[in-house]
Structures are given as C-alpha cells and as structure tokens.
Design a protein around this ligand. Structure first.
Ligand code: MG
Length: 317
C-alpha cells in the first residue's frame, strides 16, 4: 500500500481508507470499518499531546505544549477552542474515578487535579525534598492511585517548559492521592513516557522514548511492579502515548521515521504487530472516546485525528 496517495487536506478519500493497514486479518481485520475514514479534525498546534475524552460533556481536551495551552474539541459542533491558557506547558491528561481532570505539567514540574468547580489542586511536585523533573503522562488505577511518568523532557529545553537540571532520576511513580505519598515503581527506564494498564489491571505497559525505545510490560503486584520485560521493540522509531482496548490489544503512537511507519501501531496481547494506521505526522498520543468508546482520537505534531473502529477503549470512566 502507499500512504503517499492518501489526501489529508479534506479532499475525497476512496473507501476503504488505505491509511488503515491490516497486518493480521484474523486479529485486526474486524476492527477496520469499510466506510469509515481517518479524519483530521483540526490542525494549527506546534506539538499536540495528552488527549482525554469527556463523555459527559462530549468534548476532547488535548495539550499544545509549546503554545502553553490546553485545547478543547467539541464533538457536537466540531469546533476547537482554547480550554486553558496559560497551562503550565501541560502534557499528558487523564480522568480520575470521580471524572476530574488529572494533568502533568512541565513548567511547574507537577501533577495537578482540576476540581469540578475549576480550581486546581497540586497533587504532587517533589519527592524526597527534590523537585520532579517534568511529569509526562498519567493514568488512574481503579483503586484511585495515580501512576505517572517523569522522563524530564520539559526541562531539557525552554521550548516545552523551562530548561533546568535534573534533581531526580527518571522514574515511574505511584501516587496515593488521599495521603499525598508517592512511591517509585520503575527506576531503570531511560525516558519512561506513555503508560496504561491492561483491562484487568494485571499488567502495566510503559513506553520508553529514550534508549532503547521499547514498550515494556510489568506485572502489577499490589502497589508494586514485577518482572519487567520488553513487550514491543519500536526501532527504528519510537512510541509515546499508549492505550488498551477492551480485548487487551495495545494501541501505540509511533513516529520519528516517516511515511510507512508514523501513525498508530496496534499490538496483540502477545506483542505481535497486527495493524497500523498511517498518518502524515509523528504521533504523540491517543485515547478512545465517543458515546460508544469506539472512536480513536490521535494527537500528532500539529494536528488532531480521529477514526471509528470496531473495537472499544478500555478507559474508565
Ligand atoms: Mg508522552
């Protein structure tokens, strides 16, 4: 297939959309809907990240990190507007069990929660008296604990935060929001970035965007992780944000190579690459949404994309 002939400027797409590539007919073929195309919903950012869907409000929030703003795409009107600016160079977002927005902030090097009344609560910003590097992405477990990565990209340059020295190793943390206490759950990854649980929460996947650029998987043992191992090798490119569907397939952002690689890579639970969605930009993150949780929203470089699939996201709520 060729990804060069797929138009991304709003002109006609011949169905079925060639941007969706089935690599394993048995395990991926049924996900592709013949009369559903990948859509570019909006463009105009410098680096999009951190999509999170709000079914109660029928909108999607996502970050535009260098422009220091959180954007809001409205499902009912198709319009995109600014949700929050300045936004402390926010990156990854999720929702907690009460539906509140939980965000990683580069500039302020912290994890915050936006309350239902709009006020912002600082959940965590230092460990052992030292400042976090720059939290990147975040998920919430059903026990309400908040798991986040701290690879420090936001302090490497002034472009997505404020350049500064690292005070702590790059890590993954588990935060108990009730006590405000956090523990280190991963300490041996170079740049831990995107993360998500398997549907039964027995596994945690963490992508490494440093060296090597693998997606790791860990067994969840209570509040700790065990038996870290390589789930998927992303060479020659890299993953970033990741999400599971209800079948336990891992949908990963992919980028930094070019046509034929950049987009979304879908891995079966055994780690086999079973399908791709080819996109014309480096992809940073994704999430499922829509009333049926069957629409995959994808942030990539300057744009926001979406596609309906015959599967459903595992995100809660
Ligand atoms: Mg990320």
């Amino acid at each position: 297939m060729s990804t060069d002939t797929r138009p991304w400027d709003g002109s006609i797409v011949r169905y079925p959309d060639p941007a969706i590539q089935v690599l394993d007919e048995d395990r991926f073929g049924s996900f592709k809907i013949g009369n559903a195309a990948v859509e570019r919903l909006w463009t105009g950012a410098r680096w999009t990240e951190g999509p999170v869907y709000f079914g109660d409000g029928r909108y999607l929030l996502f970050s535009d990190i260098p422009n220091n703003r959180i954007m809001r795409w409205d499902e009912t009107t198709g319009q995109t507007s600014v949700f929050r600016q300045p936004a402390n160079n926010s990156n990854g977002h999720t929702r907690d069990r009460q539906g509140r927005l939980v965000s990683c902030e580069h500039f302020t090097r912290r994890v915050t929660r936006t309350e239902h009344d709009g006020t912002i609560t600082i959940l965590f910003d230092q460990f052992d008296g030292k400042r976090l590097n720059a939290p990147n992405d975040v998920v919430v477990h059903s026990d309400e604990s908040i798991w986040f990565t701290d690879p420090g990209y936001g302090i490497l340059l002034n472009y997505e935060g404020q350049k500064s020295d690292f005070e702590l190793p790059t890590r993954v943390y588990r935060l108990d929001p009730a006590s405000g206490e956090a523990e280190v759950v991963v300490e041996d990854m170079h740049r831990p970035n995107g993360l998500c649980f398997s549907p039964d929460e027995s596994l945690l996947y963490v992508s490494d965007t440093g060296d090597p650029r693998n997606i790791m998987v860990f067994d969840v043992a209570g509040t700790a992780l065990q038996n870290g191992r390589v789930f998927a090798e992303m060479d020659p490119g890299g993953a970033d944000g990741i999400r599971c569907d209800i079948h336990g397939n891992l949908w990963s952002s992919a980028g930094w190579v070019g046509a034929g690689y950049d987009g979304v890579h879908c891995f079966a639970p055994d780690g086999d690459l079973i399908g791709k969605i080819h996109l014309p930009e480096t992809i940073s993150n994704l999430c499922f949404g829509g009333a049926m949780k069957n629409r995959l929203f994808i942030t990539g470089s300057q744009s926001l994309y979406a596609v309906y699939l015959e599967t459903q996201g595992d995100q809660k709520p």
